[in-house]
Structure formats: structure tokens, C-alpha cells
Design a protein around this ligand. Structure first.
Ligand code: A5P
Length: 217
């Protein structure tokens, strides 16, 4: 599995070129991209990266990658992982708890490249949907989320980079994800949810025979 992550991550770095502002996602797959980008920067690649989490910030800084904060300058390309990818290239993200900054960076990006091993490509979502909520009244927020046919469960001992909690929501099926993401974000107390709908440009899938790139229509 690690090798498939590495294959996808390394291939995604071939899309980078001098002068780009890039978004750097979070997670074990992105770590392979950070290692590769670090080598490319040492070899002369001139890029600046916006990290999507404190973890990625520390890792990228240690790897010698120049960093910037998210501001009003558009990001050329973001490279990020995902927990699951459906046939429309919609995503569930947030397994690492970084979904809010990841979604903000994705929205600010002209091109979003998702790197996954092939096991994450699914016909139907099944991964528990992470929802970031403010700590105040989170049990009440969870009750509101239940009304959307989700079963929220607090992620133990986790505080996000934004000082919030994560509710991991299991379900029988996730049907209308477009509506669901809006309904979730309409609940006071919900900060953001891990559904990434129509945000992806390409998914690079690591397979034993090499990287496979799937483009969104
Ligand atoms: C971080 O919050 C997540 O969105 C990650 O991008 C996602 O969980 C994928 O992580 P791995 O590459 O570690 O599976």
C-alpha cells in the first residue's frame, strides 16, 4: 500500500513548474509528495507552498520547502490525499482532521490533484464522514446531525488545528451528497464537513502497474 501511495505522490509532482504557488495537503500519502518536492526544490525547482495543516507546515519547513499562508493570491496547483473517491471524483476527506484548511485551500486552487492508492477508489462511499464542529454545545450539534440520517461519534482526544472537535459520522448510504454538504453546513455549530464535491481536477491513482490519472469531465 505504501508503495502505491508513493507512486501516486511522485507522479503528482510532475505537474509542478517554476513560479507556482502550490497547496500542500495533509496525510500519509502527501508525505511522499513532500519528500519528493523537497528533492526537487534542492535541485532548483522554484515554488512556494501553502500548507493545509500544522503537521504539513512542520514537515515541509523541515524539508526546506518555502512556505506562505493562504491569502488572496490564487493557488496554481494543490496536491492532497483523500479517504475515498467516488466515480464522479467526489471525495471524503478529513481522516487526518485537516478538512477545513484542506477545503479552503482546494477552493482557492485553480487545479486540485488528489493522490490515492487504488483501494480508495469506490463505487459508493463507506468511510465515516468527518464533520468539524465547535466545542460549544457539540452534543447538541451531534443531535442535529443525526436528523440527517448520520450517526456522529466524537473523535477521542482530537482537537483540530482550528481548536475544534471532529465528529465521525457513519451511515447506511450517502445519497444526495450535494444536498447533504449544504444541510450539514447549515447547522449552527458545524464548521465544515469532509465532503469535497466538484472540487477535483485530477485523481492520480497508485496502482501496481504505475500511476493512473483520471480527469474530471
Ligand atoms: C486529512 O485530514 C485528510 O483529508 C487526508 O488527506 C486523508 O485522510 C488521506 O490521508 P492518507 O493519505 O493518510 O490516507
Amino acid at each position: 500500500m505504501e508503495e502505491l501511495k508513493r507512486i501516486a505522490a511522485h507522479h503528482s509532482t510532475t505537474f509542478l513548474s517554476d513560479g507556482m504557488l502550490i497547496g500542500l495537503g495533509t496525510g500519509s500519502t502527501v508525505r511522499y509528495a513532500i519528500d519528493k518536492i523537497s528533492k526537487l526544490v534542492t535541485a532548483g525547482l522554484d515554488i512556494v507552498a501553502v500548507p493545509t495543516s500544522i503537521e504539513t507546515e512542520h514537515r515541509a519547513r523541515a524539508a526546506g520547502i518555502p512556505l506562505a499562508e493562504l491569502n488572496d493570491r490564487p493557488i496554481d496547483i494543490t496536491i492532497d490525499g483523500a479517504d475515498q473517491v467516488d466515480p464522479k471524483l467526489n471525495l471524503i476527506k478529513g481522516g487526518g482532521g485537516a478538512l477545513l484548511r484542506e477545503k479552503m485551500v482546494a477552493l482557492a486552487s485553480e487545479r486540485v490533484i488528489i493522490i490515492v492508492d487504488k483501494m480508495k477508489m469506490v463505487d459508493h462511499f463507506s468511510y465515516a464522514l468527518p464533520v468539524e464542529v465547535v466545542p460549544f454545545g457539540w452534543k447538541h450539534t451531534a443531535k442535529m446531525i443525526k436528523k440527517l440520517d448520520l450517526n456522529p461519534c466524537i473523535r477521542q482526544n482530537v482537537i483540530t488545528d482550528n481548536k475544534n472537535f471532529i465528529l465521525d459520522c457513519t451511515y447506511e448510504t450517502l445519497d444526495d451528497v450535494e444536498d447533504l454538504q449544504v444541510s450539514l453546513n447549515n447547522i449552527p455549530g458545524v464548521v465544515e464537513n469532509g465532503l469535497f464535491i466538484n472540487l477535483v481536477s485530477e485523481v492520480v491513482v497508485g496502482t501496481p502497474s504505475g500511476p493512473k490519472t483520471i480527469r474530471s469531465n
